[in-house]
Design a protein around this ligand. Sequence first.
Ligand code: CAA
Length: 445
Amino acid sequence: MSNTSQNTPGNTPQIPPKVGIDRITFATPNCYLSMKDLAIARGIDPNKFTIGIGQSQQAVPPNHQDIVTLGAQAALPLMPYIDSNRLKMVIVGTESGVDASKSSALYIHKLLNLSAWVRCVEVKEACYGGTAALMMARDYVLVHPGAQVLVIAADIARYGVGTPGEVTQGAGAVAMLVSENPRVLQINDDSVVKSAEIQDFWRPVYQSTALARGKFSTEQYIRMFCDVWQRYSAENACNFNDFEAICFHLPYTKMGLKALRAGLEENSGAPHSCDGAPTTDDTRERLLARYQDSTQYSRRIGNIYTGSLYLGLISLLDYDYFRNSCDSSESACDLSSATHSNESPTRPSPLLPGQKIGLFSYGSGAVAEFFSATLVPGWRSALFSNQHIKTLNNRTQLTVSQYEEMFNSAAPYSPQDFVSSQKNRSGARFVLDSIKSQERNYRSI
Ligand code: CAA
């Protein structure tokens, strides 16, 4: 599908519809762990976690939550905007699937009481699955203008108690409604995507925790970013100066920064530098400042795999909203609740319609994609910014031993029956009640 106008047989120029993200929001568990507490418990300098890795808090899911309940919870605020005659697909991107056969989209479809006349599927390619779903949705709507597609990217990142990856765990889901004439962002037809079979991170079907070659995975992430960025900038005749912001997949907030810095170190001979046109000092400052905005939520939630890039996008838009549009009487607008919000030397100017945002998606294994999206007029009024910050500020802090107990009590990857805990259910609208005879039982509460 091309963005250029095409002539119909009658020679009337046909302009392709604008398609993109009409609404976007997220859900995360109502419990979290402080990364300082975790560092102390593991005998590690807290600065390693908060500065070296760049994580302050980590979302911890009670055992009545999984990708189905989180995905349904994320999509709930979109329900008033879903037209049952227009909704044609529900696509879930996840690498924390609860069944090797049945799509989690079907459980979510039932919990949300959606129309039967839709296609429900789940897609998988590590953290890239959310982008695969979004691109499928965009292409579907381009071919079927008027249709809506619900895209959900939901994951629980689990590495294990005491593992090097423990500090990069997290949980949550992002829900996006994709349609023509979107109210937030138009997705441009300029993607560059690369695939390469790499053994950097994987999760065998019989276990709930991932396996990672940690350092190797970070090198692959940076290399894939440089590869897709170089090709993207050549194919689209553009450079970093053309972008107002770049959002990254965020396994932890330092990761995207490493890739951004590698990209900005063009022609400097740095080990991971991407060759390209010179970047101005203004661009460098702007991209680094906007990067800080885009990492605020991930810093408090952790890795949500397929949803991480889109959580970064929400964070970028919400922090622009808090600075420029929020009614100061609302406590949600108090930026002091954002840890490390003063890290950036530059206060970004307000975002404007027509500005381009770059998005870098990386899924281990590995697939990487760089594409852009353009802000549409009036996008701020379509955001859920105040709800987002309230969700984060209303969570319950756990001790390390409470976290460990919760981690070890997760629904098992085995045939045994399971009944979930009644604790920590406040704010949860959907729960996994039990698994009986290997069948999962969900309900609304
Ligand atoms: N104060 C400040 N900084 C400190 C410090 C201190 N006291 N001590 C150490 N640091 C810094 C280190 O210098 C290092 O910084 P740089 O990376 O800038 O050099 C940083 O803290 C991390 O230190 P280590 O490299 O020693 O950390 P580690 O060996 O414990 O492992 C990790 C880090 C590899 C990310 C590990 O957490 C891990 O395996 N995570 C899971 C895999 C992962 O997230 N990979 C990311 C790419 S793959 C991907 O993107 C897909 C996905 O979602 C999983």
